[in-house]
Design a protein around this ligand. Structure first.
Ligand SMILES: [Zn+2]
Length: 55
């Protein structure tokens, strides 16, 4: 069984101050500020719970 749900990946680009983040939806973003990175990830709009909504 594989756990499903919100998965974010944040990698530090070697040799730089840049963070590279990947949202579970596949969107990518780069930022030098970890706070800005997490705000982008958490702000990325998918709706609160996309699953289980029949409409
Ligand atoms: Zn996303």
């Amino acid at each position: 069984m594989t756990a499903t749900g919100e998965v974010y990946r944040v990698d530090w680009l070697p040799g730089t101050d840049t963070l590279h983040g990947t949202c579970h939806c596949g969107a990518e973003h780069r930022a030098e500020d970890p706070v800005a990175m997490w705000e982008w990830l958490l702000d990325h709009p998918h709706g609160p719970e996309p699953r289980g909504n029949g409409r």
